[in-house]
Design a protein around this ligand. Structure first.
Ligand code: GDP
Length: 472
């Protein structure tokens, strides 16, 4: 069911959650949101200093020192702050208690609050309330997750821009145009005989074209946006012992993968996230390819194939001190046929030259990028990083450009909205009844509204907020 959610929500229960990761640290923050937040603070918090005399003199957005007691037992010395709604994260009254960052002490204070008639918050419920109370739109709520989980500079940049509401603004602009067209069409349907000052067919077509163009621009950047957010899926393949793990280690710059010189020991898949020039790469080190009777290795190979199919980039590693084998040649050829972005890396150039060298490999696989490196001697790695960035982004990345669409959900909605607007264009050009036009425009409007949350399914909202951690 499609609903305009903000109108139908009635939230009045008070929730509590631990906003910081559970563990030992400097401080833990326990957050309470809802009508009873301030009352709870009065109940469990003994203010030190001035406020002792009259706690109701509390000022919002000010830190107070005090103690939390459970009956007569002192639990901790804490700081507390009160943020009066709607000037708070959720838009409701919010209280935060900052206690010492121990697992037990945090849990004890949380339990004390729960015993005072407050409910434990569901994952993402604070942000969900912020959305339902109109503090942020749905795309901004999704950006909160992206800021928290960002693993590279570029992912963080685009998440923060989305958090500022840039995607919402772009979508809102298009929706306003659709609304203008809808008003026009419906006035014409409702009052066919009146002499209304309506848009001409030409004006409508121009407006439609403008909307389609804007959506198209957003769709075009979506793949890059996704890669920035999720990381470039990069698979490293090659015969056993050519130095795949060593290359991964050289790129990660720490010894996470097990490096060994017994062929075939990288049996399972090793994945690691690294940043190359500020961009996130998910590097997948696969089992070496070769015929094998070993069951574990076979599973590794099957998994490798799966990973290969999903890869954005494939790095094929060869050993400069070894001749090119027939099976190796066939495998490389297959990969080049299968994938767009493939790079051949000849490793161990520090060793005695044998047959596999750059010119030879280039002549066998024309058109494929070939680079020489030494993973252990750290030779050629800088150039390799540069070539990787060039290949993945094909020079399309311009500094300072906003990548607003980073989620598949948004991309799909944009694609469908564009289709509906194209239908509308067709309806006009074929001179069909205006009722059809109205339906097309409404559909496009609703689809776009699912990005910002203006018109959205309740299950979609639940699904989005289930991605969050508790306390957020
Ligand atoms: P993998 O099976 O392809 O993952 O290969 P490893 O990364 O485990 O490397 C196999 C062996 O080759 C190890 O002994 C590495 O130290 C060695 N090795 C890797 N890269 C280089 C290199 O650039 N030069 C030299 N001389 N040895 C290397």
């Amino acid at each position: 069911m499609l609903v305009v959610v903000r109108l139908m929500v009635q939230i009045n229960d008070t929730i509590v959650g631990i906003a910081t990761p559970i563990g030992e640290g400097g401080i833990s923050i326990i957050r309470i949101s809802g009508e009873k937040a301030l009352e709870i603070l009065y109940d469990i918090f003994t203010f030190s200093g001035e406020l002792k005399k009259n706690i109701r003199d509390i000022q919002e957005r000010k830190f107070y020192l005090g103690k939390v007691y459970d009956e007569k037992r002192l639990l901790d010395q804490c700081m507390a702050v009160y943020m009066k709604g709607p000037r708070s994260y959720t838009g409701e009254d919010v209280v935060e208690i900052h206690c010492h960052g121990g697992i037990l002490v945090t849990k004890k204070i949380l339990e004390l609050i729960l015993h005072n008639g407050v409910r434990l918050a569901e994952p993402g419920e604070f942000t969900k309330r912020a959305f339902l109370n109109g503090k942020i739109n749905l795309a901004q709520a999704e950006a909160v997750i992206d800021v928290i989980t960002a693993r590279s500079d570029s992912a963080l940049d685009s998440a923060v821009k989305q958090l500022e509401g840039k995607l919402g603004e772009a979508i809102d602009g298009i929706m306003r145009n659709i609304e203008a067209m809808l008003a026009n069409v419906e006035a014409d349907i409702d009052f066919p005989d009146e002499d209304l000052d309506l848009l001409s067919v030409k004006d409508m077509e121009a407006l439609l074209e403008e909307c389609i163009k804007k959506i198209d621009a957003l769709i075009k950047e979506a793949d890059t946006g996704r890669v920035l957010r999720e990381g470039v899926n990069t698979v490293i393949v090659g015969r056993p012992n050519v130095g795949k793990s060593s290359l991964l280690n050289a790129l990660v710059r720490e010894d996470k993968a097990i490096v060994t010189n017994i062929p075939g020991t990288t049996r399972d898949i090793i994945e690691d996230y690294i940043q190359i020039k500020g961009f996130l790469f998910k590097i997948i080190d696969t089992a070496g390819f070769r015929e094998t009777e070993d069951i574990i290795e076979k599973i590794g190979l099957e998994k490798s194939y799966e990973k290969l199919q999903k890869a954005d980039l494939v790095l094929i590693v060869m050993d400069a001190s070894q001749a090119l084998l027939g099976e190796e040649h066939d495998f490389i050829k297959k990969i080049i046929e299968m994938k767009d972005k493939v790079m051949i890396i000849i490793n161990k150039v520090d060793l005695e030259k044998v047959i596999v060298r750059k010119d030879l490999v280039s002549s066998i696989f024309p058109g494929t990028k070939v680079l020489e490196i030494s993973a252990t001697e750290k030779v050629g790695l800088k150039l390799l990083e540069e070539e990787i960035i060039n290949m993945v982004f094909e020079g399309k990345l311009s500094p300072g450009q906003d990548y607003l669409v980073t989620r598949v959900r948004h991309k799909n909605l944009l694609i469908n909205a564009k289709k509906r607007l194209e239908d509308a264009r067709e309806t006009i050009s074929r001179g069909l009844a205006e009722e059809f036009l109205s339906i097309d425009l409404r559909d496009a409007w609703r689809l776009l509204g699912q990005i910002t949350g203006n018109a959205v399914d309740e299950d979609i909202i639940d699904k989005i907020f289930s991605e969050f951690c508790i306390g957020k």
